[in-house]
Design a protein around this ligand. Sequence first.
Ligand code: 13P
Length: 335
Amino acid sequence: MSELNNIVLKILENGKGILAADESTATMTKRLEGVNVNSTPENRLLFRETLFSSSSMTKCIGGVILYDETIKQDSSKKKSIAKLISEMGSAPGIKVDTGAKVLAGSPDEKITEGLDGLRERLKDYYKLGARFTKWRGVYNIAKNYPSKLSIHSNAHALARYSALVQECNMVPIVEPEVLMDGEHSAQDCYEKTSEVIKRCFDELILHKVDLKGIILKPNMILAGNKSGEKISNDEIAKLTLKCLESSVPSEVPGIAFLSGGQSELEATENLNLINKHNNTNFIMSYSYGRALQQSALKFWSKDTKNIEGTQKIFNHRAKMNTLAAQGKWSKDLEN
Ligand code: 13P
């Protein structure tokens, strides 16, 4: 088994998932100001260190995606954040794209940047302790979108990024996120997501990426949040599985969903149903940002010194999602 495949299997073993704590400073500022906390480097670190030293890091969180600022910070115990995470038994990861910018030729769409100088940055991140990475391509659904241009150019960037990451002995998370914002139906989401993912794999194969050494991070198949369409959680799980079964090559070991604006409970319930219905060999787990942190952040914002209380809330969410990643979650466990 390849070294990269081992890293994937270790991150996702026994229902473990990934904590996406890689919000850029701008996004983290929005999150903190949303709960009336000043966005300083110290506060960003304090909240994140609180999560990274929680007991669920050992049992539930196989990997943490960090932002550039965080991977270079030291914990209150004067050790690097990457070291803190690996000592908890989890793998440190790093977001390496530099954000989604307006796509020339189709200004209502985005292209993710960050390839220039990436090889050198990856070497630095490896030295800082990172063993996996993330790059997010983003697509919106509307009448003529996502366009072929956006589908092709983002897939190309994701593949070039993945090849460079594997060259540096790290596992790339490949994240093509089809947004839930919009008036589209679940069927539209199914069709567009399938097209986007298929194109990503065409490019990954062209760029000689070892598919056994990647984690795919897709969206679930949902109706647009302004569509008014009501679709059951069971239907979401079935459509999501149908999409992935037909668009992801069987060599891929693991799929870790983004939460994408779903509530904490929805993200857990849908993941649980996906695993209940899963007849594939793919590990289906989570790589959640908001759906793992929202309640913990809200609680912490009221008393930033209450580390234990914040960790209790985070541990609960991590545990619920790890159960869901094994199809063992039920609503009564929430109380
Ligand atoms: P959400 O789970 O909040 O969508 O964040 C996951 C992520 O990493 C988006 O890039």
